[in-house]
Design a protein around this ligand. Structure first.
Ligand code: ADP
Length: 449
């Protein structure tokens, strides 16, 4: 292994996750942290730690110069960006490589292509992935937009080319509103992302969110690791994810997985990636590709036995994929609950001192979290403080074990979303697996009345 010392350009549970994989591979770690994270668990565990700035992410975790300096000072030879922050920043990837460091991520040009949703869709279409019907690229002329919308049929969704996190999208139900909604979407996109480019898509009424995990070696080999169902969302944020999806058969997984793996092989894609689809009435529609590790990657690890972070590091180091497609077996069922420090009913953030902490345990129970009793959850970052990932031989067994594990979790001093998960795990629609991306919000609205 050429990589000897890995700088982790992230925080929280994912920084700890990366640290663990690195140490299991005999690689030293360097933590970088803001002043607010000086007492974080991954900072304590890393071999070296460098403070890179004040709490605001733009001055620390997004501060490229400070991160590169930290790598130089500590003589790190590789950088793992985790998810969020700089993970999908093509410029940062280029800077890392220009400094002679290993970038644990895809080739910068692929990050750039997939970061522009219009380009991503065009590329996906050219690679043979099924697309949501819509405009062929960006649209700016309202007359042209009306013609396209009439052809694909209302409702349509206007999306920002540079969009992310569910922002810059408008649903339009008829031709009268199209021009003004395009204006609004463009203006919002301009102020949020500095780019007013929009495009049109057919708005699917009640789809599921199903994504495929892929890996490429950067030289033309690629595999898929099956799908994850992330349909349970609130405000486009995933709340609970499972693998496999309750609605995808073995044959369908093989078929669609084969298509995505071939597409990635054709691109000579390097590293981990996720191809996101909406799924309705048995059909897949590509919406975007994430060129990084996902929060929900552990459910894939649980059913395949492949350590995805280890695989990322190996590939960045120039090694071949550690498994062949035919060696990957999808066994059992896994569910991840994202545990946030927030009110489980009104979702207001609840940072502060964790007075007591006990992680669930037992067979097939995994807790990825940097929490400990006495830790102070800072108010500056994402509210996710832990992930509980449970495996079972069947979906039913997994749900029973997950209920048991949630009962065991103790996080004192702050409010958490554990009670939300506990209620969800009693819901008949969840239990029969028949939910879509609209389900959780409708369920929450009903619950509130
Ligand atoms: P972002 O990058 O902002 O997350 P996505 O393209 O991934 O944007 O879409 C986010 C979410 O918006 C999807 O998970 C889905 O809930 C909804 N969405 C996006 N496109 C469509 C569509 N064509 N029809 C219906 N819902 C959509």
């Amino acid at each position: 292994m050429a990589i000897k010392r890995l700088l982790i350009a992230n925080r929280g549970e994912i920084a700890l996750r990366i640290h663990r994989a690195a140490h299991e591979m005999g690689i030293e770690t360097v933590a970088v942290h803001s002043t607010a994270d000086a007492d974080a668990m991954h900072v304590r565990l890393a071999n070296h730690a460098v403070c890179i700035g004040p709490p605001a992410a733009k001055d620390s975790y997004l501060n490229m110069a400070a991160i590169i300096s930290a790598a130089e000072i500590t003589q790190a030879d590789a950088i793992h960006p985790g998810y969020g922050f700089l993970s999908e920043n093509a410029k940062f990837a280029e800077i890392v490589e220009a400094h002679g460091l290993f970038w644990i991520g895809p080739k910068p040009e692929h990050i750039r292509t997939m970061g522009d949703k219009v380009e991503a869709k065009r590329t996906a279409g050219a690679l043979g992935l099924p697309l949501v019907p819509g405009s062929d690229g960006a649209v700016s002329d309202p007359v042209e937009a009306k013609a396209i919308a009439a052809e694909i049929g209302y409702p349509v969704i206007i999306k920002a080319a540079s969009g992310g996190g569910g922002r810059g999208m408008k649903v339009c139900t008829g031709p009268d509103d199209l021009e003004s909604l395009m204006q609004q979407a463009g203006n919002e996109a301009k102020s949020a992302f500095g780019d007013a480019t929009v495009y049109l898509e057919k708005y699917l009424g009640n789809p599921r969110h199903i994504e495929f995990q892929i890996f490429g070696d950067g030289k033309g080999e690629a595999i898929h690791l099956g799908e994850r169902d992330c349909s349970l969302q609130r405000r486009h944020q995933k709340v609970l994810e499972e693998a496999p999806s309750p609605v995808i058969s073995h044959a369908e997984r093989d078929r669609m997985g084969g298509i995505v793996a071939r597409a990635m092989a054709d691109m000579a894609y390097r590293g981990a990636g996720t191809i996101e689809f909406l799924w309705e009435d048995g059909e897949f529609y590509f919406i975007e590709m994430n060129t990084r590790l996902q929060v929900e990657h552990p459910v894939t690890e649980a059913i395949t036995g492949v350590d995805l972070v280890r695989e990322q590091i190996r590939i960045a180091d120039g090694k071949p994929l550690s498994v062949r497609q035919e060696e990957i077996e999808f066994k059992g069922h896994a569910i991840e609950c994202r545990i946030n420090a927030e009110d489980p009913f009104n979702f207001t953030p609840s940072p502060g001192l964790v007075t007591s902490y006990h992680a669930a345990g037992g067979m097939h129970v995994r807790v990825d979290s940097g929490l400990y009793a006495g830790y102070k959850i800072p108010p500056y970052y994402d509210s996710m403080i832990a992930k509980l990932i449970v495996y079972g031989r069947t979906r039913e067994g997994c749900i029973m074990r997950l209920r048991r594990a949630l009962e065991e979790m103790v996080i004192g001093g702050v409010k958490t979303s554990i009670p939300l998960h506990q209620r969800l795990l009693q819901d008949p629609t969840f239990l029969d697996g028949g939910y879509t991306i609209k389900y959780l919000e409708e369920w929450l609205a009903k619950d509130a009345t």
